[in-house]
Design a protein around this ligand. Structure first.
Ligand SMILES: Cc1cc2nc3c(=O)[nH]c(=O)nc-3n(C[C@H](O)[C@H](O)[C@H](O)COP(=O)(O)O)c2cc1C
Length: 207
């Protein structure tokens, strides 16, 4: 039995384009894989640990070969628990709005929390980073309202999918399906929404 985890980064609830497209994906996935477990991790629900001074202290202590103690030890346990929550799923659906050309800060926070040495990555001084995640695949719903492929730079630059795709590959997730909804301001929003929704439904059937 596989486990699908939907990790969502839009706080806009019923107004959200990415959540609506992801909901179609999840419904179609459930229909096609009735025995699979499905979990939704809304990154705004307060369960994602912070990654501030105590957590960075713990991380750098570990990177230097030490052992975090006291407050840093406790903070690190929460970070490791968040990694294992994420790592328990072999199929991942991310819904990712474009915010200021990049990703919402809560998704960057998620990346900073789960991207840990010995868990998500290793390092070889001769060859560089070593991705540690194995056997996972990801579908990613990307949305924006101004930027769209093919528009001039005045409409923005895509640091959203370029950054996120790079993070997935760095972590070892190379089987990636992108589902895009980029209607831009003068575009046909409904047409773009329907195309993305159909793509989500199709992708979910064989995911
Ligand atoms: C804080 C914020 C920043 C945004 N920045 C951009 C941007 O740089 N480029 C763009 O095309 N759209 C931008 N948008 C528009 C969103 O990408 C668009 O509304 C998208 O549908 C949001 O996804 P959601 O509906 O799932 O929340 C921004 C929206 C918000 C709330």
């Amino acid at each position: 039995m596989a486990k699908l985890m939907h990790i969502s980064a839009s706080p806009r609830n019923s107004d959200s384009e990415s959540l609506a497209i992801a909901a179609t994906f999840v419904d179609a996935y459930r229909e096609a894989h009735p025995g699979d477990e499905i979990e939704h991790w809304d990154l705004w629900d307060g369960t994602l640990p912070a990654f501030g001074p105590t957590e960075t202290d713990a991380k750098m202590t570990l990177v230097r070969g030490g052992t975090p103690t006291g407050e840093a030890h406790e903070a690190w346990e929460a970070v490791v628990a968040a990694f294992h929550r994420f790592d328990a799923a072999d199929r991942l659906l991310f819904s990712v709005p474009m915010w200021n050309a990049g990703i919402p800060y809560v998704l960057k926070q998620f990346i900073d929390v789960v991207s840990q040495p010995g868990l998500l990555w290793g390092f070889d001084p001769q060859t560089g980073y070593l991705p540690l995640l194995q056997g996972k695949k990801a579908a990613v719903v990307y949305t924006s309202a101004v930027w769209a492929p093919g528009l001039p730079p005045a409409f923005g630059t895509d640091f959203q999918s370029t950054f996120f795709d790079d993070w997935l590959r760095w972590a070892g997730i190379t089987d990636i399906t992108a589902i895009r909804h980029h209607p831009t301001v003068l575009g046909d929003v409904e047409d773009s929404r329907q195309t993305a929704t159909a793509a989500a439904r199709e992708a979910a059937k064989t995911f």
